[in-house]
Design a protein around this ligand. Structure first.
Ligand code: GN1
Ligand code: MG
Length: 344
């Protein structure tokens, strides 16, 4: 990584790197150089086909904050000595360097409902801060990223063009997915309804994308590569998907997958508080639908990738994406069962 870091100046000559694991798409390192810490991220340009769009989006948001004199803390990229927001090396790809925020920490697993509340508050605060910014100005860094109808079409294509042995072996999972196809129609209906507002949306609301201070209060959100115009469903739904169960999508013992009602209520409360009255009544009434959409979408995405020989997520062992899909289908069932009592 030396050639990349050198683009940021001589301070990085004897920098040390430590891998940060967790994400499935980009690679991340903590960089220490001359007593200061940074985060370096290699952008996966198979997924982000035009990495410059990420940099442009963050700059547009930063400019907006300056214009409205907001003190919102946006973690922007450090520029290379040549003034670029991305460092590039032939054969090595695109990188972003950001400061490591002092006295901050990230957490990997949501253990308390207070953490869920704080995270939801932060993701809502992020969207709310940009409520006077026209979200349509942002570039779409991954086209159709959270478009449920598009994800369903990809799944149907995989049934036709994917690995035929895998398609055959996934008879049960394919049927489970098909049983809930009405969600796709519901999603399409909703998108045509302007009461669901297009907002600046994060699209990757896992807990490790929130910075906490040392008193466990949220500071801000990070990992802004999927910030795009989007809907309430994406951020709320992905929190449901990743905070409700004490297990994550890698868990292979599906009997451990649970929906924790206190965590559901913490997300609803935190998100509503952070939006400060900006949600429409219809949005306020759609929290549980958001959970369904996003859990279902992730099951679809993992299963589709398995059928397509793991081209998108990769796999460390045979059947990993199938297991992930089964895990998300279990979570989906648990969520659907719990839904009535959650929304009482
Ligand atoms: C990917 O790379 P990571 O883990 O932040 C994916 C998300 C999925 C998630 C599932 C760009 O996010 O949409 O929900 O994996 N990001 C992209 O773990 O596809
Ligand atoms: Mg991400």
């Amino acid at each position: 990584m030396n050639n990349i870091l050198q683009q940021y100046g001589s301070q990085f000559q004897s920098a040390s790197l430590e891998t940060i694991s967790g994400g499935l798409i980009n690679q991340t390192w903590k960089v220490s150089a001359k007593g200061e810490n940074f985060i370096l991220q290699r952008i996966n340009d198979n997924v982000f086909k035009e990495p410059q769009k990420i940099a442009t989006n963050v700059r547009l948001l930063a400019d907006h904050l300056t214009a409205i004199e907001s003190d919102y803390f946006l973690v922007s990229a450090i520029k290379t000595e040549g003034g670029e927001e991305l460092a590039y090396e032939e054969g090595n790809g695109y990188f972003r360097l950001t400061p490591f925020v002092k006295n901050s920490k990230t957490i990997q697993v949501v253990e308390t409902s207070e953490q869920a509340y704080e995270a939801a508050l932060q993701f809502a605060r992020f969207s709310r801060t940009f409520s006077d910014f026209d979200a349509k100005q942002l570039h779409v860094t991954i086209p159709n990223f959270h478009d449920l109808a598009y994800r369903y079409r990809q799944f149907e294509n995989a049934l036709l063009t994917g690995n035929p042995q895998r398609v055959k072996a996934c008879f049960d999972e394919i049927n489970q997915i098909r049983r809930y196809v009405h969600l796709v129609d519901e999603y399409n209906r909703i998108l045509g309804n302007p009461v669901f507002k297009l907002r600046v949306t994060h699209h990757d609301t896992k807990i490790s994308n929130v910075l906490f201070d040392l008193n466990n209060k949220g500071i801000c959100v990070i990992d802004l590569d999927t910030v795009m115009p989007g809907y309430f469903f994406s951020d709320v739904g992905d929190m449901m998907r990743t905070y409700l169960s004490p297990t994550n999508e890698e868990e292979m013992d599906f009997s451990k997958i649970l929906v924790r009602p206190m965590f559901y209520h913490a997300i609803v409360q935190g998100y509503s508080d952070g939006m400060q009255g900006a949600l429409s009544i219809e949005e306020e009434n759609s929290f549980s639908l958001a959970g369904q959409f996003l859990i279902y979408m992730q099951a679809l995405r993992f299963l589709t990738d398995y059928l397509n020989n793991d081209v998108y997520y990769g796999a460390q062992f045979e059947g990993q994406n199938l297991t992930r899909a089964q895990n998300q289908l279990s979570l989906f069932s648990a969520f659907v069962c719990a839904r009535a009592s959650l929304t009482e």
